[in-house]
Design a protein around this ligand. Structure first.
Ligand code: CA
Length: 613
């Protein structure tokens, strides 16, 4: 894939061609049987846009319809490309230009319309989903997921009543509710189901000071395919206070429950409960915790969470499980009709939530509202981070089996008619399990971790398995030694398997040597180096890693050369490396700030060099 960044796309196979997207929203086409490249489309994403992306420069996949491949781009466009030649047919900007919106979710085509959502709740945007004509690229409808500024009037009557569940001046930070992953269609009911994200900012008492459910945050929202109008909603986390998106995969199935055939949606969102919802009406059927949850003790018969008041109040610092990475996130689930089980990766973890009550909206930076320097008294107990593959019985609402994993975070799943479940892991293992009981049947070691889900397809009667490998994401970027995203970073690649396949992988890239002693010096007092550390933690850490140690997908600044240091402020303020993904920060930092950050990085390089063997 020509990139070290995270790979999250589900490939598509159509008529012997395999289409997949990769970092920076590239689209690739290959001969599905031989791997021979057909074409690559580079949408020319403005890489400085990485500053407004929480969770790596990923893309979750293309859509295909009538000879064209469709994909969203990180900078908010939707592109339609000829499936045979890779030539651009049309493109539209789906978000306000140069805004904090981004697009990482897969494009979807239903009923001749291309649907695309967006991301950016952590940067202060208002979520919506747009439907474009697949042929022409003309906008057909746009549906907002949260109400806007009441003084402008809401777009629809149903957003008027949604606005009554909000208070204060939520629209200033957009409100959030971005639909950054699940958008699913039921052709029989002609309904589109949208998984809606968390609030902006995260904490209800600063987002909506008078409380309220804050519709349609953290909800499954059903709208008509024809015009995007509201039909029903089910809110998983009323008054979201913990980054509990309901953007996670929405799985449609027909199940027999209590002797009655039900058309259901199944979802295992971040908040840790597995939901079965009637997809005709939005009625709650059942829900049970599938991981440790400390923010709630259970659900009422109507499907409303029974909250832990300490997690709602967030007085001081409170450890809450799950943390914002969720008990389960975007990683696709699979269902096996014969076993009746749903297979998905689960994480046990928590975070220390502390609210910054002095928070104020700032369009230049993140708008989460957390007090990251909080070191006062805390309530609750941190959870030891672990992860596993679970097989869940959605009718009985209980775990059937699990396989423990070495790292908390692992990949999406595939269940096959042959009774197998495939899943990748952070350590590069791709494994096959028996679907009925989780017995391990097969494994393959790749150089880098696998987060994306495998697919299976046939070409000329030969069954193949394909998966996009590549390990990135927010935890790799942040590189917290206590973090949950442990895994092997390295070159992203598409792996395709068949029985008796004979290809071999190239040898792995060599490990980098020890950190060299820097030759460059910056005049700075110890106090200025400390100030540099604080600035680094405010502006640099989310991409270049805790303690200036890179997680492996962005440059390790301790290795910066003499030449880089000589042009350091041209890079940080002047944006000379914006084409490589390093945005300018001249709106937030001064020359003096940059000198302090540089001094801190050099001090970290000297510490690391002197401590290496
Ligand atoms: Ca979020």
């Amino acid at each position: 894939m020509g990139s070290l960044r995270g790979m999250e796309a589900t490939p598509l196979v159509v008529d012997g061609a395999l289409y997949v997207t990769s970092a920076w929203s590239f689209i690739h086409a290959f001969d599905a049987a031989t791997g021979e490249p057909m074409w690559t489309y580079d949408p020319g994403v403005d890489r400085a846009h990485a500053r407004f992306v929480c969770c790596d420069v990923v893309n979750r996949g293309p859509a295909y319809y009538k000879g064209r491949v469709y994909a969203g781009t990180l900078d908010g466009r939707l592109v339609a490309v000829d499936a045979e030649t890779g030539e651009l047919a049309w493109e539209v900007q789906t978000t306000p230009e140069n805004s904090a919106y981004s697009v990482t979710g897969a494009a979807r085509v239903f009923d001749g319309k291309v649907l695309i959502g967006n991301s950016g709740a952590e940067f202060g945007v208002r979520g919506y989903v747009s439907a474009y004509d697949a042929e022409s690229g003309a906008l057909i409808w746009r549906t907002y997921t949260v109400p806007g500024d009441p003084s402008d009037g809401q777009e629809t009557e149903w957003l008027e009543w949604a606005a009554e569940t909000w208070s204060g001046e939520w629209w200033k930070a957009g409100g959030g509710g971005t639909a950054w992953d699940a958008i699913v269609y039921d052709p029989e009911l002609e309904l589109v189901y949208i998984g809606v994200g968390n609030g902006s900012p995260w904490y209800e008492r600063i987002r909506s000071p008078g409380g309220g459910d804050n519709l349609f945050l953290s909800s499954i929202l059903a709208v008509r395919i024809t015009d995007g109008e509201y039909v029903w909603h089910y809110q998983t986390t009323p008054g979201d206070n913990w980054d509990y998106t309901a953007t996670q995969p929405l799985m449609l199935a027909d199940l027999e429950i209590d002797g009655r055939g039900r058309k259901v949606i199944m979802q295992a969102p971040k908040n840790g409960f597995f939901y079965v919802i009637d997809r005709e009406t939005g009625e709650f059927i059942s829900g049970e915790a599938f991981a440790q949850v400390t923010w709630a003790t259970g659900l009422t018969p109507e499907g409303r969470p029974i909250e832990n008041p300490v997690a709602r109040d967030l007085t001081g610092g409170v450890h809450v499980a799950p943390g914002p990475a969720g008990s389960h996130s975007w990683h696709p689930m699979s269902f096996h009709p014969e076993t009746g089980l749903v297979y998905f990766p689960v994480m046990e973890h928590s975070i220390l939530h502390a609210v910054n009550d002095d928070w104020d909206y700032d369009a230049r930076t993140e708008n989460i509202g957390g007090d990251w320097e909080y070191d006062g008294p805390t309530a609750g107990t941190p959870t030891v981070s672990t992860g596993h593959l679970v097989a869940w019985d959605p009718v009985g609402q209980r775990e059937a089996w699990r396989v423990e994993h070495p790292d908390p975070l692992s990949g999406g799943t595939l269940a096959t008619a042959g009774g197998l479940v495939f899943q990748g892991r952070g350590d590069g293992q791709l494994r096959a399990y028996r679907a009925s009981d989780g017995h391990l049947l097969w494994g393959f070691q790749n150089e880098t971790g696998i987060a994306a889900p495998p697919i299976t397809f046939q070409v000329d009667g030969v069954q193949h398995l394909a998966v996009l490998a590549g390990w990135g994401g927010p935890d790799v970027l942040f590189n917290d030694p206590e973090g949950i995203g442990g895994g092997r970073t390295g070159p992203g690649r598409l792996l395709v398997f068949k029985l008796d396949g004979e290809a071999t992988l190239p040898p792995p890239a060599p490990e980098p040597g020890p950190i060299p002693v820097p030759t460059f010096t910056v005049a700075a007092t110890p106090a200025e180096v400390d100030e540099g550390a604080t600035l680094y933690n405010d502006f640099c850490i989310s991409c270049h890693g805790a303690d200036a140690v890179s997680g492996g997908i962005t440059p390790d600044l301790r290795r910066a050369t003499e030449a880089v240091h000589q042009t350091f402020s041209d890079i940080v303020l002047g944006g000379v490396r914006a084409p490589l993904g390093m945005p300018p920060f001249d709106d937030l930092l001064t020359e003096e700030d940059v000198r302090r950050i540089q001094a801190y990085i050099l001090s970290r390089a000297r510490e690391s060099a002197s401590s290496s063997p």
